[in-house]
Design a protein around this ligand. Structure first.
Ligand code: NAP
Length: 226
């Protein structure tokens, strides 16, 4: 399947690499191809420059956000929360319309330092803002509650643990739940309801960040015991 990944950070890279490894045709999208390839230094998290990663993953096509949106039969939003609406505007509404958009972004605001705050919460969410701005896109919020390596390989942790889906279109949510199971091996996918339930999974981020600090590893996840 042709898959369009919007975002060149660790999430976009990890998902692209896994999906290409599984045999899909993947295009990763960015704002400006030349600028993205021009970076020569690791990012603030120590990740290698994009060009180095891309040389190691030559099967993955690189395009603009618009080119990746046109290319993908299914799309994944892996852009920074503060830039997601802008990135999707650059992708082009007509290129997005009618498609399933898996939204992994978190509305983290680092402008006042660490820890980040949420730029939207309580009565709204980034997932809802995206759905509102692009009403003909089938937005499904998922995977945002864990580290990128776990998204594509839940077996990194022993035992059952959970991934959530939120969205207005039941068929799109079912398709995404199936995608998570078939491609990445997820066993427990919990459908929380419509896109307003993205509020809860975005507001879980402060707890995730606390746990990251205490556990000193990003390899943990939420497990719902019932
Ligand atoms: P990131 O650094 O948060 O985002 C990088 C991407 O955002 C790049 O493609 C960049 O475009 C784009 N971007 C940044 N500002 C923009 C703007 N103003 N307008 C348009 N595009 C903009 O990368 P990440 O760490 O991979 O995270 C991606 C998303 O997943 C975030 O929302 C994050 O909160 C969420 N998330 C991350 C993890 C994780 O393990 N890191 C886990 C769960 C959820 P260029 O390519 O042009 O630079």
């Amino acid at each position: 399947m042709n898959i369009g990944i919007l975002g060149t950070g660790m999430v976009g890279r990890t998902l692209s690499a896994k999906l290409a490894h599984l045999g899909h045709s993947v295009m990763i999208g960015t704002r400006d191809i030349d600028k993205t390839l021009a970076h020569t230094e690791p990012d603030s998290m120590g990740n290698p420059p994009f060009r180095v990663w891309h040389q190691q993953n030559p099967r993955i096509k690189l395009g603009t956000f618009a080119e990746a949106a046109i290319f993908g039969k299914i799309l994944l939003n892996c852009t920074s929360g503060g830039g997601s609406l802008e990135a999707l505007k650059m992708a082009g509404e007509t290129n997005l319309n009618g498609k399933v958009l898996i939204d992994i972004a978190n509305p983290l605001d680092f402008s006042k330092g660490m820890p980040p705050t949420l730029s939207v919460s309580n009565t709204d969410s980034l997932g809802e803002q995206i759905q509102h701005a692009f009403p003909q896109v089938k937005v499904v919020k998922t995977l945002n509650t864990m580290n990128a390596n776990l998204m594509v390989n839940p077996a990194l942790l022993s035992g059952d643990h959970d991934v959530f889906v939120s969205g207005n279109d039941p068929a799109a949510k079912a398709q995404v739940a199936d995608f998570l199971k078939q491609q990445f091996g997820w066993k427990s996918v919990i459908d929380l309801g419509d896109i307003t339930t993205a509020r809860g999974v975005e507001m879980i981020l402060p707890i995730w960040l606390n746990l990251f600090g205490v556990l000193q590893t990003p390899l943990f996840n939420f497990k719902i015991v019932r």
